[in-house]
Every structure is written in structure tokens, then in C-alpha cells.
Design a protein around this ligand. Structure first.
Ligand SMILES: [Fe+2]
Ligand SMILES: [Fe+2]
Length: 271
């Protein structure tokens, strides 16, 4: 896909520029910035070569390139998330959110993507706790809900089904039910506002539920990620599918078309 840099756009010259040699040392700070919405252009010998941008930008890019074949989307997303292979490699980029071990080679890995999502939502919950004022709280709570809806969808549609039959059913069943428990609160929070009674408490309990769930996915002994790593599931191929789906869902969220979270295991609640 040919992409022409918008050199004649005044916003282009206003973007922060960071030499590749500096970016290598500052990658953690640059990634945190991108998660907050910053866009940074990486230069080599003074010339812009690549950019580190939020995933929402990638979602727009993929959305606009809707003529691309589905199998191309993974390649596009990889390229769009990638920085120059000679300066900052892709694994540093996707693994830079902390907690997730980098995998060798230029590979999208399902576990890296999910772990990075977990770190991002933990950060949002922290920001919510520090936020003062109803508008900041509502903005953050809505970001948390959107983030969790998309994350649970890519897990339920792609990640968990790929593990079915490879790890104990009980572990997967528990994960689905935990997701549904969280979705009840997510939909409540999205439908409400900080003026409502119990609003902050709902966000706090959601945070606690997610902490517990993330522990079982990637922290406790015998966690789901560990079992996935030990299985013969192609985590790279899964990662490609997941990031393509995530981009679609992020584009939906941006256009306001992302539906409330759908419950799949809580029959009575769903009725
Ligand atoms: Fe997860
Ligand atoms: Fe999960």
C-alpha cells in the first residue's frame, strides 16, 4: 500500500521528531506516550523514516484501506506498527508495555498483544483513580470500557477458541464467565455517568475483577498464557488475526458503532 507522507500538511511539521538513535534509548517513554495518544516521527540522518502512533491511528489506516484482502491486513498492521528494523524492532515495540517478554524475530504474537492490552488497561484504571472531576472520570471510564470490550471480543472470538482442546476446558470456561461478570459492570458504567450512585464503586469493582482475571491469564502458576506457550497453537498467526480484528473493532468504536458488551454465559442476565 503506497503511503505518501503529508509534507504539505502544517500538522506534519508540528509533530515531535526523535532521532532513531535517541528513540532506541527512550522506547519505553515513546510507547507510553503513544498509548496516551502522542504521535512521534522517528528520523534517521534528519529524514523522517517511520512513526510511532497510537493503535487508533492504525485502526483508521486499516479502515480506510478496506480494499485490502483480509490476509493483507496482518501484514499492513505489522508494517504500520513497526518502526525501522535497523533502529527499533517490532518486538521491542509490542513488548515495550512492560510485563510481556519479547519474542525473537519480527513476529506478531498473540500473547504480546494481549499482555500489552492488559498493561494499557491497568494504566487507565490507575488514571481513573487519580482523576478529579466528573468529566475526566467519565472519559477514562468510557476508555476503560471500550478497551475491555474490544479485548474480550478478540479473546472470545479468536484466542480462547484456538486454545479449546489444547488446555483444560475448565480454565477457558472460567475465563468466559469472568468476562461476562465484567461485562455486566462495563455495560452499567457505559450506560451511566459519574453523577450516578455507585459509579466509582462499579469502576473499582471492575478493576478488581480484571486484576483477578489478568492474574489467571498471565501471572499465576499454570496460567493460560503459559499453557498457550506450551501448546502447538501458532501464536504468531493468531496474533495476526487478532490485530486485524482489533483494528476493525477500534474503527467501530471510533465511529460510535461498537455495541454494548454481549454476554455469552450468563443466561438469566442476558434474558
Ligand atoms: Fe486478557
Ligand atoms: Fe480474558
Amino acid at each position: 500500500m503506497a503511503v505518501r507522507a503529508p509534507f504539505d500538511d502544517p500538522r506534519w511539521s508540528a509533530l515531535r521528531r526523535v532521532p532513531a538513535t535517541t528513540a532506541r534509548g527512550d522506547i519505553s517513554e515513546l510507547l507510553r506516550g503513544a498509548e496516551r495518544g502522542d504521535r512521534v516521527v522517528i528520523t534517521r540522518s534528519g529524514k523522517p523514516v517511520v512513526a510511532i502512533v497510537p493503535l487508533t491511528d492504525l485502526a483508521v489506516l486499516l479502515h480506510e484501506d478496506s480494499s485490502a484482502e483480509p490476509e493483507m491486513m496482518g501484514k499492513i498492521s505489522r508494517r504500520a506498527l513497526s518502526t525501522d528494523e535497523n533502529t527499533i524492532d517490532f518486538d521491542e515495540l509490542v513488548g515495550g508495555g512492560g510485563g510481556a517478554a519479547a519474542e525473537p524475530q519480527d513476529r506478531i504474537n498473540a500473547l504480546l498483544l494481549l499482555a500489552r492490552d492488559h498493561r494499557a488497561v491497568e494504566d487507565l484504571f490507575e488514571q481513573f483513580e487519580k482523576a478529579r472531576g466528573p468529566s475526566a472520570k467519565e472519559r477514562l471510564a468510557r476508555r476503560i470500557c471500550t478497551h475491555l470490550k474490544i479485548h474480550s471480543m478478540i479473546e472470545e472470538e479468536i484466542f480462547y477458541p484456538a486454545l479449546r482442546g489444547k488446555i483444560p476446558d475448565d480454565d477457558l470456561d472460567e475465563a468466559y464467565v469472568e468476562h461476562d461478570g465484567a461485562k455486566v459492570l462495563i455495560n452499567e458504567i457505559e450506560a451511566g455517568s459519574p453523577d450516578d450512585a455507585f459509579y466509582d464503586a462499579k469502576v473499582k469493582v471492575l478493576k478488581e475483577q480484571i486484576e483477578h482475571h489478568v492474574e489467571e491469564e498471565e501471572k499465576v502458576r499454570g496460567n493460560i498464557f503459559q499453557q498457550a506457550r506450551a501448546s502447538d497453537v501458532d501464536l504468531e498467526a493468531l496474533g495476526e488475526q487478532m490485530i486485524a480484528r482489533k483494528a476493525e473493532l477500534m474503527a467501530q468504536a471510533q465511529s460510535g458503532a461498537l455495541a454494548p458488551a454481549a454476554l455469552v454465559t450468563l443466561q438469566h442476565e442476558r434474558a
